[in-house]
Design a protein around this ligand. Structure first.
Ligand SMILES: Nc1ncnc2c1ncn2[C@@H]1O[C@H](COP(=O)(O)OP(=O)(O)OP(=O)(O)O)[C@@H](O)[C@H]1O
Ligand SMILES: [Mg+2]
Length: 231
């Protein structure tokens, strides 16, 4: 059984349709990259999966169970973990409090967050608004992991980060996938980085999948990807 099965999904905001008739399956443990230019609907697809966008049509099945009408907090409780593009750190809570408020029972706890991101341990008493961009991103990922998700949705995790921090985040994501067997969906503008971190990729344009394949094949023939993502 697939982990997440999306069928005929049309979604958007208010009266505006952004995602159109999307079909997409994510297997347990699989890494999927979602590529595409600005404004093609990558974030909206994440929001629709989490229940934060309007669903006009279609179904979302999580481990065989329909979740399309379920509110976001219930989806989170079922194991969907989302790291938003804006990171949404609580500014007036400390690093440690940010991690603890998200905590749900499971194998991943505070010590795991600190061993994954030693910098967060050093900064554990810092307030959320007193962090660098890289630290905020580590906290955003760590906080979502504290919910003990089964699927990790990362929306542009490398955006605005210094190259050395990007490398650190990439290594962490690789480690999580290899050691914990997380299924991951990574939305990225840096297509080559995302392809190297994933098994499979889809390229979106105007709310539809225009290209998909194994990441290794798309890397080997990157010209066809570039055609859809070049500005
Ligand atoms: N809250 C909203 N209400 C109405 N329209 C929205 C809203 N959020 C996004 N949109 C529109 O939906 C379309 C897709 O936006 P989305 O944020 O999903 O794109 P994206 O691929 O994530 O872009 P980026 O790479 O810039 O993050 C855009 O035309 C955008 O203007
Ligand atoms: Mg986006």
């Amino acid at each position: 059984m697939a982990l997440l099965e999306i069928e005929g999904l049309t979604a958007g905001y208010g009266e505006a349709v952004v995602i159109e008739e999307m079909n997409l399956t994510i297997e347990d443990g699989e890494g999927l990259a979602v590529l595409g230019r600005n404004g093609v609907g990558k974030t909206t697809l994440m929001l629709a999966i989490m229940g934060h966008a309007r669903r006009f049509a279609g179904s979302l099945r999580w481990q065989g169970r329909e979740i399309g009408a379920m509110p976001p907090h219930e989806r989170a409780r079922m194991g969907l973990g989302w790291v938003p593009q804006e990171r949404d750190i609580f500014p007036s809570l400390t690093v440690e409090e940010n991690l603890l408020v998200a905590s749900r029972p499971g194998p991943f706890g505070l010590e795991d967050a600190y061993s994954l991101f030693p910098r967060l341990r050093e900064r554990r008493r810092n307030m959320g608004d007193k962090l660098s961009g890289g630290e905020q991103q580590m906290l955003a990922v760590g906080r979502t992991l504290m919910t003990n998700p089964h699927l990790l949705l990362l929306d542009e995790p490398f955006e605005g980060l210094a190259p050395v921090i990007v490398q650190e985040m990439e290594a962490t994501i690789r480690r999580l996938r290899a050691e914990k067997g997380f299924a991951t969906v990574i939305v990225e503008q840096h297509a080559e980085d995302a392809l190297e971190l994933s098994d499979r990729a889809i390229v979106l344009d105007r709310g539809r999948i225009v290209l998909q394949g194994r990441s290794s094949d798309l890397l080997a023939d990157f010209g066809q990807v570039r055609r859809w993502i070049a500005v």
